[in-house]
Design a protein around this ligand. Sequence first.
Ligand code: FAD
Length: 295
Amino acid sequence: PHLTPDRQLSKEPIFSIEFFPPKSENAAQQLLATAKELQSYRPDFASITYGAGGSTRSRTLKYAKCLHEDFGFKVMPHLTCVGHSRDELREIIREFKDSGLNQIMALRGDPPQGETDFKPHPDGLSYANELVRLIREVHPDCSIGVAGYPEKHPEAVSSDVDLLNLKRKVDAGSDFITTQLFFDNRIYFDFVERCQHAGIQIPILPGLLCITSGDQVRRFCALCETDIPAELEAQLADAGDDKQKVEALGAEWILRQARELLEKGAPGIHLYILNKSGPAVTVLNGLKKAGFYKA
Ligand code: FAD
């Protein structure tokens, strides 16, 4: 049995999916269609990201409520410190609480577009560990997730320093870690081992990206300094602009990764689905066939 993010015991590995709040009517329709299609796979939870800027607050909450109330998902809204005072953050956490959302992903966030350094709001928070503490204070029973970086956070001077900072988030009271995307499982297993040495005992949920375009994955990986293995890069180069081919090879790659992760004891998988159902369905059907999920 595994310990799920909300501290319940689960016989099956956790499976969760990540949405982002859509910005247009078309994109909203796509999110709804994807939610409908993935509903029958009964994820343990669905998370929804928090973007930069003021409008994100209402959009994240709107779609968190929609996924929760209309689709019955257990929803984990993300929250970042960007541009918010402590009082605003308290208010948002209360809004989540009042909407029946009992799981929050606590993040510092990236600097707004055009800025290179993260500058905290004058009355705000500087690091995610402070946000974890604030959430615990305002919403004590909330399950809190934090981000972990198997290939190091780009701003951290070293992996060891980054690990110490991850430990601060754990010590502040987080319940589980979701990792940044990675394409080589050895990197995850090494990270888990280093976390264990550092005394981190909460579940570390591997985050896997459903690839939908070669250019997009290269852009994401450049931003978060994630390595693309040569074999995957060669496959992407070979598929070029053929979207179907890229999606199929991407899903195959992720399925292979997920299978090995689960075989070797990962507590579950978290899929960055980019609001699309296709690759996630391929991966989940593959995992079911391999006997990992019964539902
Ligand atoms: P922190 O944990 O605060 O770390 C930031 C940097 O500061 C690291 O280099 C760390 O080593 C260092 N550090 C941490 N604590 C301290 C401390 N106390 N003292 C000194 N140094 C410290 N971004 C969004 O905008 N919206 C989202 O919804 C979103 N979701 C994400 C989900 C996941 C699973 C992941 C992995 C990332 C997500 N991000 C999101 C990106 C994230 O906001 C960025 O990676 C951001 O740059 C760091 O956020 P963090 O919470 O990891 O920060």
